[in-house]
Design a protein around this ligand. Structure first.
Ligand SMILES: O=P(O)(O)OC[C@H]1O[C@@H](O)[C@H](O)[C@@H](O)[C@@H]1O
Length: 305
């Protein structure tokens, strides 16, 4: 007699040096590293992965994992490219690391709630007494993960201090695609973007985005819904965001791939990042006592034949 394990299941596992949580529901598997509260992978049964995780990923303490959904906070990218108010919040003497301070640090799993049709996990960044090194501000940071037929991520910042705080942030999602040459991103047409590869020029998107080379753009005024059309995998992946107008679209293409850690030289063909963000003019101002959230829901829909 075979015994069926009850679902959903939330299981603690170890990958390399990292504590991870494997969530199994009746229709999907989700893997999360406690370090950085980083979603590592997400796949619905019978479908191609929705989130991409590098086959060269390494699971080391204090080091980000290539792929999944790194949390970038309290600044995105190069601190020097951030608004002055965001830059001024950093008081560290060390050079400011790219993408902020929390993606390589330990978080805590506060709560798991597994019901028949949905699972919720609540992660909190473990605040050192004085705030993270070089960032002496009392802000509670939480990542709430809700998995039902879709994956919902919500990053909330609660200013518990007495002074206003400015920050930029992103849910830096790596999506799995069949072939970067075949996919396009819909919903960007008419949006303004910063072309970071050409002197940070401001440009306007015409039509859907196709990929023909290294791409690293900051879209400034996006609608709530953007989608990845992937004809070879017969699907459209939707992203529905809230609390965000900006997003970064990134693919390193050939040359930059060779300089990236934990990244196979041909991996650029199988991934693209759409990073739901609050950057540049869309950065977050938190008054004393204020809480704001950045959220995205992800799901795939089959193409009608
Ligand atoms: O290698 P990292 O620090 O994870 O960054 C990856 C990429 O992150 C993207 O957000 C940036 O726009 C890229 O320029 C960068 O290369």
């Amino acid at each position: 007699m075979t015994t069926l394990s009850p679902v959903p299941q939330v299981e603690r596992i170890e990958l390399g040096e990292l504590v991870c949580w494997r969530v199994r529901t009746s229709g999907a598997e989700l893997l999360i590293a406690q370090q950085g509260a980083q979603v590592l992978s997400y796949q619905r049964d019978g479908e191609a992965p929705l989130i991409w995780l590098s086959e060269q990923a390494s699971y080391r303490k204090g080091q980000g994992v290539r792929g999944g959904v790194p949390v970038c906070w309290p600044w995105f990218g190069d601190l020097q490219r951030n608004p002055a108010a965001v830059q001024q919040m950093y008081r560290g003497s060390d050079p400011a690391p790219a993408h902020g301070l929390v993606r390589n640090l330990d978080w805590q799993l506060l709560e798991v709630d597994a019901r028949a049709d949905a699972v919720d996990l609540d992660f909190a960044f473990i605040q050192p007494e004085q705030g993270p090194a070089g960032w002496p501000h009392n802000v509670d940071l939480r990542l709430h993960i809700h998995l039902d037929q879709r994956l919902h991520l919500s990053l909330s910042s609660h200013n518990r201090g007495t002074q206003p705080v400015s920050l930029s942030q992103a849910l830096h999602t790596y999506f799995a695609v069949s072939d970067i040459h075949q996919v396009q991103v819909e919903g960007l047409a008419g949006s303004h973007y910063i072309e970071t590869l050409h002197d940070w020029e401001e440009r306007t998107q015409h039509g859907d985005l196709v990929f023909e080379g290294e791409t690293d753009r900051i879209y400034l005024d996006l609608p709530e819904r953007v989608s990845i059309l992937d004809p070879a995998w017969q699907r459209r992946v939707h992203l529905h965001s809230s609390g965000s107008r900006s997003a970064v679209v990134w693919n390193p293409w050939i040359d930059k791939s060779l300089r990236l850690s934990q990244f196979a030289s041909d991996a650029w063909q199988r991934m693209l990042c759409i990073e739901t963000a609050n950057v540049l003019d869309d950065a977050v101002q938190l008054a004393a006592g204020e809480r704001k959230s950045l959220a995205v829901s992800l799901w795939a829909e089959p193409l009608s034949r």
